[in-house]
Ligand binder design. Structure first.
Ligand code: CA
Length: 229
């Protein structure tokens, strides 16, 4: 879910914007001051900022400039004066869009949606953060089906990748060889479960520093395997 920060000192307007954006499925936070708003914008993990121009503490010009120095998330600037909007454009502060008050909430929602979609297309080519599993030095990119160990990419076969990903996505859970065989090879457990042992061995050779003392996939004797986090 996309997170939006509204920096707006007129509480009635902020509440209205928040309500409409929340109804559209966004997670929204509001700051009523420029200084606290700037701090939140820099420290928080937001996907878009709706920024008023005239604010107590630090004004919208300064916030836009500071945020732009560190982040490339969309910034929608809002002002009561058409002249101010022209001024912001002239300054080239890097805001992505401008709205003059009063505007309709549905106009705001439409603009927010458009900018978030555009931004996701720009940054989201291939890898979305939720498709990557990172555990200590191990990084699994599920979208690209690639694996890195301490920054070094390791080649994985399809079944090795599936097995490692399944275990890493279900950590601290012990799976028997039969169960792993059924889940990864998609067959009844009458198959050759020694395949699982062979694949675990190969995976360990790629991801473990010391295969005799595995840090990721543990053997639970007499039961099966467990991914340790
Ligand atoms: Ca204001």
């Amino acid at each position: 879910m996309s997170r939006i920060l509204i920096i707006e000192d007129e509480e009635a307007i902020a509440d209205l914007e928040k309500d409409y954006l929340e109804l559209s499925g966004y997670e929204v936070e509001v700051e009523n001051r420029g200084d606290t708003g700037l701090q939140k914008a820099l420290e928080g993990d937001y996907d878009l900022i709706v920024l008023d121009l005239m604010l107590p503490g630090v004004d919208g010009f300064e916030i836009c400039k500071k945020v732009r120095e560190e982040k490339d998330i969309p910034i929608l600037m809002v002002s009561a004066k058409k002249d101010d909007i022209d001024k912001i454009r002239g300054l080239g502060l890097g805001a992505d869009d401008y709205l003059t008050k009063p505007f309709s909430p549905s106009e705001l929602v439409a603009r927010v949606k458009a900018h978030l979609n555009r931004y996701e297309r720009l940054v989201g080519t291939g890898t979305r953060s939720n498709d990557v599993i990172e555990i200590r030095g191990l990084k699994i990119d599920k979208t690209a089906r690639r694996v890195w160990v301490d920054g070094v990419e390791k080649p994985f076969t399809t079944k090795e990748f599936d097995l490692l990903t399944f275990l890493a996505e279900n950590p601290n859970h012990v799976y028997s060889k039969e169960e792993l065989f059924r889940r990864i090879w998609n067959m009844d457990s009458v198959g050759d479960i020694a395949t699982v042992t062979v694949h675990i061995k190969k995976i360990r050779e790629k991801i473990e520093f010391d295969t005799q003392n595995p840090q990721y996939i543990e053997t639970i004797w007499g039961v099966g395997y467990r991914f340790k986090v």
